[in-house]
Ligand binder design. Structure first.
Ligand SMILES: Cc1cc2nc3c(=O)[nH]c(=O)nc-3n(C[C@H](O)[C@H](O)[C@H](O)COP(=O)(O)OP(=O)(O)OC[C@H]3O[C@@H](n4cnc5c(N)ncnc54)[C@H](O)[C@@H]3O)c2cc1C
Length: 398
């Protein structure tokens, strides 16, 4: 006989529960699904099962406003802790400010929104086994639902999963309070005037407040190794080079995000049991940046719009969406192959510098994954900032 389920929910011990939907992992993708269902399908009994102490972990998630539809920008607006109307890029021979809305959600705003929506959240609940309609926790409790959605993140190096050819965008960021104002009026998305090390290197700076900045030392690398001490020192060097003085370090974050070069998305799904998946588990990320906020917003709308949430239907819908999204993004994976396989690591910055000389609308559509055919032609034509023979090699292998 199955033991009754007593879930620790926000510190309370509740009676046994049955669920319509279990969201395995309380990260970005599942957090947004929970919010969208609470708003549009409040009759559903949804539970988030999270191994950590709270929903959302320790992140900030930034994205361009134009990456999602105006309706999606509106329903995610309450999550945004920071907003800007423009951003800058800096390269050795090219500095530019682009008018494009950029915004940042945080773990704290996501956790607060989920709590306010009244979603059932089980924290400190590590899942050790997962099937299409049930999960087993480390303490051997079993929870069942009409469907389970696996949103447990990329997990142990998914970059090594054979069906997908992935490289890494890796970074370490420090959110710091400065002793005086930084003088920035918007993010610096890429400052590639720094010494080029370990592939394409740039520094990413978000001014969260008049004296508060998040500064990330970032690398587009062939390897996934990340030395926190080295990167932390480089962040502090960069801060000092801007003429800023750190009053205190508020927070540190590190990431090794997937950058997609190639792969067989059907084989990726076939390699796992038929359980619905979202977020990085479903390879739903921007192939160029490894970012997944806009994809997670779209998936939350997709789930909320399904006529019924039985396990086979949810699996089929998410798999189809993931495979179609992957197919639609082959142009961006081709550009990644140009960046990683045709450009010498120390010269990769030239590819990006050339790209940022293009039309602002083209750049906006590029990050939104909405490049037109003409955009693709414009991105590719002209003197390639990589050796022609190596560029041709990539084209021929493609
Ligand atoms: C430091 C950092 C900064 C990033 N910045 C951005 C950004 O600015 N913009 C952007 O779009 N993307 C960003 N990303 C990339 C990507 O959007 C995030 O990684 C995003 O959180 C992925 O969402 P997800 O839902 O797939 O997984 P996650 O948000 O990682 O959620 C997975 C959740 O599952 C839980 N979990 C894992 N295993 C278990 C288990 N066995 N049992 C129960 N729970 C489990 C984890 O604790 C976690 O809470 C960033 C990533 C990192 C690491």
């Amino acid at each position: 006989m199955r033991r009754p389920v007593h879930a620790r929910v926000s510190g309370l011990c509740l009676p046994p529960m049955e669920f319509d939907l279990i969201l395995a992992g309380g990260g970005l993708a599942n957090g947004l699904i929970a919010l969208r269902l609470a708003a549009l399908r409040p009759e559903l009994r949804v539970a988030i099962v999270e191994a950590g102490a709270s929903v959302g972990g320790n992140h900030s998630w930034s994205s361009f406003v134009a990456d999602v539809t105006p309706e999606q920008a509106a329903w995610t607006a309450p999550l945004m802790a920071h907003r800007w109307d423009r951003y800058s890029i800096r390269f050795p021979d090219h500095v530019r400010t682009l008018d494009s809305g950029y915004r940042t959600a945080t773990s704290a705003t996501l956790a607060a929104a989920v709590a306010a929506a009244g979603v059932t959240v089980l924290t400190d609940a590590e899942i050790v086994a997962l099937e299409a309609t049930q999960v087993t926790l480390a303490d051997q409790r079993t929870l069942t639902a009409t469907a389970v959605i696996d949103g447990r993140g990329q997990g142990a190096p998914s970059g090594q999963k054979p069906p997908l050819d992935l490289r890494a965008q890796k970074f370490l960021g420090l959110e710091v309070e400065l002793t005086a104002g930084h003088g920035l009026d918007g993010p610096i998305i890429m400052d590639a005037t720094v010494p080029q090390l370990d592939g394409y290197r740039f520094v990413y700076t978000l001014p969260f407040g008049p004296r508060t900045v998040l500064v990330e030392d970032t690398y587009y690398s062939d390897g996934r190794d990340l030395a926190p001490d080295v990167l932390r020192a480089r962040v502090l060097d960069y801060i000092a080079a801007q003429g800023w003085t750190v009053a205190r370090v508020i927070r540190e974050e590190t990431g090794i995000l997937p950058i997609a070069l190639n792969g067989d998305i059907a084989a990726f799904w076939d390699a796992a049991p038929p359980v619905a998946a979202v977020g990085l588990r479903a390879a739903l990320f921007n192939p160029i940046t490894g970012y997944s906020f806009p994809d997670a917003v779209r998936v939350a709308d997709l789930i909320a719009g399904l006529p019924s949430l039985d396990a086979p239907r949810v699996y089929a819908a998410l798999r189809h969406h993931s495979e179609k999204t992957w197919a639609d993004r082959r142009f961006y994976r081709f550009l990644n192959r140009m960046l990683f396989d045709a450009a010498a690591p120390a010269e990769r910055w030239r590819v990006l510098q050339r790209f940022y000389r293009l039309d602002a609308d083209l750049v906006r559509r590029f990050y939104a994954g909405q490049s037109t055919w003409w955009d693709m032609v414009r991105t590719m034509v002209g003197r390639p900032p990589v050796p022609l023979s190596r560029a041709l090699g990539v084209v021929l292998r493609s």
